[in-house]
Design a protein around this ligand. Structure first.
Ligand code: ATP
Ligand code: FE2
Length: 328
């Protein structure tokens, strides 16, 4: 079986083509960028509509298959930004109708986890999911993925983007901020049990810059504080769950600083650290195609009439038994 998956929860429009034996035949995407920083929902929708035909064509070219080889269409049904999700949903419905193949609405965070398990070989890890909109510490318990801890306000990636906009960096600012070196200044460290919060740190960082502190020092300290907070809650979750593996997913998994901090903490605890390559850790179409196959194997499809987007759909709303990927 071959599935085509469409991702469009936020700034990335992605198309992936994956076979049921776990082969990623294509993974093509085009992400919205802005020199002024930030992203407005309308601009995302316009971007996705413009690039969609080219991205779909490139995916078929990369996979070297024809349209009639597709058996299933999956799309990111939520959570995400409504206007962006709507474009991917409309295109997926159309393709499934034209090709007369079933349609599967995929939960985006579960897709991050399942593609991660497929390519890293992690079996039942503690999942540290850090992206623009999401910051969650997740573990599989009984028949679903459960959120053990999460941000109480904004995702860490969006906190980076806010600070990036203040100091005039282009969007996405994260990769630039990750490389800035500076000296330590005190910023608020906000961890509450296994939850964390980032808004106050951004506000204080902005205040410090307004008071004339060196931007490099503020940015470097901001990254140090936030990434240490993420590492602390991850360690606490490992201690509680006694999981022996930790898997880092989401766009911020590309951060060498975050990977290093988590790796050191895992080594100290005898826990195996893994993370997919950045092209599969950030938003991408392959993760949607693969998760659509897993859902299809359990008989989960959506009728066109019920395929509306679900912008606030949490992963713990879903019954999702741990699937044994042995053999993929
Ligand atoms: P989601 O819908 O899951 O919240 P998203 O739309 O935020 O995902 P992702 O591609 O998962 O998309 O993550 C994007 C975030 O990752 C951006 O905030 C970006 O700045 C950040 N990022 C990317 N590379 C790096 C890096 N090297 N260091 C730090 N942050 C990074
Ligand atoms: Fe994502």
């Amino acid at each position: 079986m071959i599935a085509l998956g469409i991702e469009s929860t936020a700034h990335t429009f992605g198309v992936g083509i994956v076979s049921s034996d776990g082969n990623i035949l294509a993974n093509v995407s085009d992400s919205y960028v802005s020199v002024k920083g930030g992203m407005r929902p309308f601009d995302l929708a316009e971007h996705h509509s413009k690039v969609a035909p080219r991205v779909v064509r490139s995916a078929f070219k990369e996979a070297q298959i024809s349209k009639s080889d597709i058996d299933l269409v999956g799309f990111s049904q939520g959570p995400g930004i409504g206007q962006a999700l709507a474009i991917g949903g409309a295109i997926a419905r159309m393709i499934s109708q034209v090709l007369k193949v079933p349609l599967v609405g995929v939960n985006h965070p579960i897709a991050h986890i399942e593609i991660g398990r497929l390519v890293t070989g992690a079996i039942d890890p503690l999942i540290v999911y850090i992206s623009g909109g999401n910051t969650q510490i997740i573990a599989h318990v009984e028949d679903r993925y459960c959120v053990l801890g999460e941000t109480l306000d904004i995702g860490f990636g969006n906190a980076q983007e806010k600070l990036g906009r203040i100091i005039g960096l282009p969007f996405p600012a994260g990769p630039h901020m990750d490389r800035i070196e500076g000296r330590w200044i005190d910023l608020p460290y906000t961890v509450k049990g296994m939850d964390l919060a980032f808004s106050g740190i951004v506000t204080e960082a902005e205040r410090r810059i307004g008071r004339g502190e060196r931007v490099e020092d503020v940015v470097w300290s901001f990254m140090e504080v936030c990434l240490s907070m993420i590492t602390e809650v991850s360690e606490r979750a490992l201690a509680h769950t006694r999981k022996k593996e930790l898997m880092l997913v989401g766009g911020v998994a590309a951060s060498p600083k975050l990977r290093e901090k988590l790796k050191i903490m895992c080594e100290d605890r005898g826990v195996k650290f893994s993370t997919p390559p950045p092209s599969l850790a950030r938003d991408n179409g392959a993760m949607i195609a693969w998760t659509a196959i897993l859902a299809h194997q359990r008989g989960e499809h959506v009728d066109i009439e019920a395929s509306h987007i679900r912008s606030t759909w949490r992963l713990d709303d879903l019954v999702w038994p741990l699937i044994d990927l042995n053999g993929c």
